[in-house]
Design a protein around this ligand. Sequence first.
Ligand SMILES: Cc1ncc(C[n+]2csc(CCOP(=O)(O)OP(=O)(O)O)c2C)c(N)n1
Length: 376
Amino acid sequence: MIRTEQLYDHLGREGISFYTGVPDSLLKNFLQYVQDHTAGEQHIITANEGLALALASGYYLQSGKLPLVYLQNSGLGNLVNPLSSLADQEMYGVPMILLIGWRGEPGIPDEPQHRKMGAITVPLLEVLGVPVFKLDQQSIDPLQIVSTAIQTAREKQNPVALLLSADIFEKVQYEKTTIPATLSLQRESVIRELIKTLSGDETVICTTGKSGREFDEQNKAAGNKIKKYFLSVGAMGHASHIALGIHLQNPSKTILIDGDGALLMHMGALPTISHFANKNFIHLLINNGCHESVGGQPTEAFRVDCTAIARASGYQHTFLIRNEQELNHWLQNSLSSSDTQFVEIRTNAISRPDLGRPAGDPKDWKNDFMSHLTND
Ligand SMILES: Cc1ncc(C[n+]2csc(CCOP(=O)(O)OP(=O)(O)O)c2C)c(N)n1
C-alpha cells in the first residue's frame, strides 16, 4: 500500500514534474492529487494515450527531463505506434515513465472488456521492449521500485512501465473537485427520457463507460423497450464507427450515444460519419465536460464548441441542448426526423453510486443483438 502524496512527492524528488495521460479509475485518487498539486501546464490530459506519449516526448526533447505518462492498460493499444516508432531505444530513445493501471489482472475478477488486455499486458510490454516494474499490495518497498524504474528509464533511454494493481493506494476521501455540477440535466435522466420517447424500433449504440450501464438499467426499467442495442463496453472512442458500420447495412434509425472523452479520443470519426450516414442517424453527444466514468477528470469539451466542430465536419443538422425545456423540445420535435443530426446535450457529472453493470457474456449480448437485427 502506498499513499498518493507519498508517491507524488517521491516522483518529485526523483525529478519528475511533468504529467500527461488519459485517466483510469484505478489511478483516480492519485490523479486527483496530481490535478490539485501540479501547475496547469505541467499536467495535461490528452485526448488519447498516443498523444500523451508524443507530448511527453516533446517535453523530454526540450527539457531533457523525465516525463510521466499515465493510462489504463486498455490505452496501450493507442500508444503502441508512437511507442515503437518514436520513443523506443531503437528509434529516438526517449526515456519516460508509463504509469499503468492494470485492469483485468489475472486472478483478480474484472469486467469482460478487461480480461484479454489484462492477461497480455506484461507480455505486450515485454514484446515492445518496455521494462516492467509491478507495484501491488505485497510490494515491500514500493518507493524503491519506483526509483529503480526511473533509473532504468534513464540508463536505457527507453520508456519503462510501472504497472499498478488495483487497491495499491491507501483509501482516501475522494472528492471530485473538478466536476462541474451546475448544469441541471443529468446523463441518466437524459437516457431515461430518450428511451421513453423512442418508438422501440430504433437501433441504439452506446459508448464506453457509465452511459451504457445507465442505458441498460433504464431500458430494463422500461420493460426492454429497445431490443436492438449494443453496448461498446470497451473500445473507447470506437462506438461511433460501430454505429456507422451497422447503419450502412441497415439504414433504419440509428442512435449513437457518445461521450465527450470518447468523441475527443477519435474525433477524426466525424467527417466520415457525416459523409456516409446521410439519413436516419443521430449522433447524440452527452457532454459532461469530463471522464465521469473513471473519476471526473476534465476533458476539453466544455472549452470548445462541439456542435460547431460537428457542423464544420459536415453534419447539416446540429442541436445544442442545455436544459430540460430544450431537451423536451428536441425530443418532441426533432428526434423522429429522418435527417442525420449531431445533438450535443450538456449535462452535469453526477451519477448514481448504486449503478449496476450488465450481466452475462458479451458473446450472448452480440448474438441477441444480431438476432434482433435479422428479425427486423
Ligand atoms: C483506450 C481507453 N482509454 C481509457 C479508458 C478508460 N475509460 C473508460 S470510460 C472513460 C471515460 C469516458 O469519458 P466520456 O466519454 O466523457 O464519458 P463519461 O464517462 O463522462 O460518461 C475512460 C477514460 C478506456 N476504456 N479505453
